[in-house]
Design a protein around this ligand. Structure first.
Ligand code: SAM
Length: 353
């Protein structure tokens, strides 16, 4: 596409209250390196304008790999009998939070499979203890729960919740999730917003059967929801899941989705995901260069880290806790940016203060 025409289209998409799916689809289908450079530079400028040069850190602790679901892409699926299951003890979780605080990281993401063995009060006590000891935001990412569970944890001090929609397309959603419904996923996102959580969602790029039109509609979904955080990662097949023989998601399409999401949502936090760093090479720098502004260092201690195998080849599984920090400082510097050690709340002005 002619550079002026493409820049004009991107500017139109940026200014639209709700962009047109066909226009997003045409951008997702761009292939020439000139077009891609124009797209990625435009997205980087939007990131600069709405998010600044700071890269926020979210330290993640994957505290349980038990799961009652059968998501056809995920290695934690309940039918995977090969995986050794674990649930970290309260003291182990708090020790990991302490390590994270010692690295000056001010967001902890407590993530797990959809683990029905997690007692709501047990998790509430952990939230209370973290909040009493540390100046730290807490993001929960423990899957689909009831309004009352979400409320209990919000009242205890949880600040944010991450629940990826995975795909906004009902048929595709149902083809990848046994016995689950998109409606309930959306009900959860509604509940979380009602309760005042900063809400993160997102999709998987490259799910079997996904089309560019579906991805375009995902981006419109992100815009309509006005998400505080939007996580976009490539599909990586896991050998012990239903989708084991499917093709891996493309890095380039993932980067195009990140870039367009930045242009459309403007100031949603967008992580350069671990999955993006776990392909044939580490594409997180590319992600940071086309719209992403968040990194997620892993603070899950061994031996658990190796066991949280949602997909194979996950990066840094053998590294000691905290090693990511140095690496992330270097990544920021080489992009002429910096790690922002602030709390990194939502950039949606006025919503949470
Ligand atoms: N149980 C919680 C939930 O459902 O939101 C959080 C844990 S779940 C393992 C975290 C995320 O991992 C999912 O939202 C999904 O996007 C991602 N994921 C799982 N398997 C994947 C795969 N094979 N490739 C890429 N992403 C995957």
């Amino acid at each position: 596409m002619n550079m002026f025409k493409l820049t004009g289209l991107l500017a139109k998409i940026k200014e639209a209250d709700l962009p047109e799916a066909a226009e997003l689809e045409s951008v997702l289908s761009l292939e020439s390196s000139d077009d891609l450079n124009t797209l990625f530079s435009f997205a980087d400028l939007v990131r600069h304008e709405f998010c600044g040069e700071g890269i926020f850190l979210r330290g993640i602790i994957e505290f349980s790999n038990f799961c009652i679901r059968n998501c056809f892409y995920c290695g934690l699926n309940k039918n995977n009998l090969k995986i050794k299951r674990y649930r970290m003890k309260k003291d182990e979780i708090l020790k990991s939070v302490e390590l994270l605080a010692a690295r000056n990281i001010k967001t902890v993401v407590l993530q797990s499979g959809d683990d029905s063995g997690i007692d709501v009060l047990w998790l509430r006590d952990i939230i209370l203890e973290i909040k009493s000891k540390f100046d730290m935001a807490i993001t929960l990412s423990v899957g689909e729960r009831s309004f009352d569970d979400y409320k209990l944890w919000k009242d205890a001090g949880a600040d944010r919740y991450l629940l990826k929609i995975e795909t906004s397309d009902k048929a595709l959603y149902e083809s990848a999730h046994e016995g689950m419904s998109l409606d309930n996923r959306i009900r959860c996102l509604d509940d979380l917003k009602t309760l005042g959580y900063q809400v993160g969602s997102g999709n998987i790029v490259g799910l079997p059967g996904q089309t560019l039109k579906i991805i375009a509609n995902d981006i419109i979904f992100f815009k309509e929801r006005d998400l505080d955080m939007t996580g976009i990662g490539p599909f990586i097949p896991h050998g012990d899941s239903r989708f084991s023989n499917q093709d891996i998601g493309e890095a380039l399409l993932t980067l195009k989705t990140i870039a367009l999401t930045r242009i459309v949502t403007k100031n949603s936090h967008i992580p350069a995901t671990t999955a993006l760093g776990s392909l044939d090479k580490d594409y997180r720098m590319d992600g940071l260069g086309c719209g992403a502004n968040v990194l997620m260092p892993n603070f899950t201690p061994q031996p658990y880290r190796k066991l949280y195998e949602i997909y194979p080849g996950k990066r840094c599984v053998d590294e000691p806790v905290g090693a990511c920090n140095f690496c992330m400082d270097d990544m920021a510097k080489s992009l002429g940016r910096f790690i922002d050690y602030g709390i990194g709340d939502s950039l949606k002005v006025g919503r949470y203060v």
